[in-house]
Ligand binder design. Sequence first.
Ligand SMILES: NC(=O)c1ccc[n+]([C@@H]2O[C@H](COP(=O)([O-])OP(=O)(O)OC[C@H]3O[C@@H](n4cnc5c(N)ncnc54)[C@H](O)[C@@H]3O)[C@@H](O)[C@H]2O)c1
Length: 336
Amino acid sequence: MEKIEQLQSYLQKKQFSQLFLLVDDNTSVNCMPILLEKIDEITDRQAVLLEIPHGEEKKTVSTAENIIRSLAQSEADRDSCLLSLGGGVVTDLGGFVSSVFKRGIENINIPTTLVGMADAAIGGKTAVNIDGIKNLIGTFNFGVLKNDSVLSYDVFKNKVFLDTDFLSTLSVNQIKDGVAEILKTFLVADEGLSRKFLDSPIEKNAVVPYIEPCATIKERIVSQDPYDRGIRKSLNFGHTLGHAVEMFYNLSHGHSVAVGIHYALDLSVKHCNFPYEKAKAILQFIEINYELPPYDKDISQLTDLMRQDKKNTDEKINFILLEDIAKPCLVSVYQV
Ligand SMILES: NC(=O)c1ccc[n+]([C@@H]2O[C@H](COP(=O)([O-])OP(=O)(O)OC[C@H]3O[C@@H](n4cnc5c(N)ncnc54)[C@H](O)[C@@H]3O)[C@@H](O)[C@H]2O)c1
């Protein structure tokens, strides 16, 4: 992940044939002015603005198709670049479209939510939902190889430029969404950071210092397993129930991940001997900061949704659980 100040020189160096700026109706108002003030290249090159409505329900094939149609109408070619300015919905969609439009154009993510900065914009996974099923189709988009003949791990880093100024217009709940994803990453990878983070207040200024350590952990795990066959799956901690909760209760992604972590910790104590005292502190952190839906009561419907999860191989439901902080494991459960 690079700083936003480096974007100007990157765009000048790459000499793209055309620039496209994908925004949603919130980031066009709240974030585009901040970006344009800092990056002259986008105005000088007369980047074409592509605006979509905000929201998870717009992360669809139909929205992707509209973006593709707009790119075609503006005569985008394979040397064009799509800059995705937004939260995880915009970067998932922009990344997806860039990887399929004319078999791949360059994509640059400029995350504007805490979820995006700490997680969604990083790692090259792109996705759209179908019939309300989360991320049913998607690609791995690590960017376009141009004139580079040697493959290296660096190839598995997608282009992300960070500007924490965008956080200023987020609500407390949107910050809490990002906190859940950061907590997830620290719990699967770093005990020291987990402890410090659990003791920090959930406030914009207090969370900013954790963005880069979190992004660095994700980049390291992605470089070890770019195509999600092994260690990268650990970043799905909290997501098996989380995705089901997101669909069933129509909660935000981050809030749902917090609920999923709560459940996965309970399972970790039961199935993996996760130390109970440590679990108690994390469960309390979640109970204090997030409203928990009655997922125990609805578990049979949630189980049906969990069976659709991509990590499942047959009738079993696969959960990423923890033997301890920073000790993830994959556990198959027939009956939850
Ligand atoms: N690809 C990945 O690796 C990955 C990882 C985690 C999450 N995700 C995906 O990311 C999505 C969730 O991301 P999200 O929480 O950023 O959702 P989001 O993109 O829907 O953003 C949340 C809301 O904040 C608004 N917004 C964005 N930036 C703003 C700003 N600076 N000020 C004011 N409003 C702003 C958006 O318009 C939207 O209404 C889900 O679809 C999830 O599946 C993907």
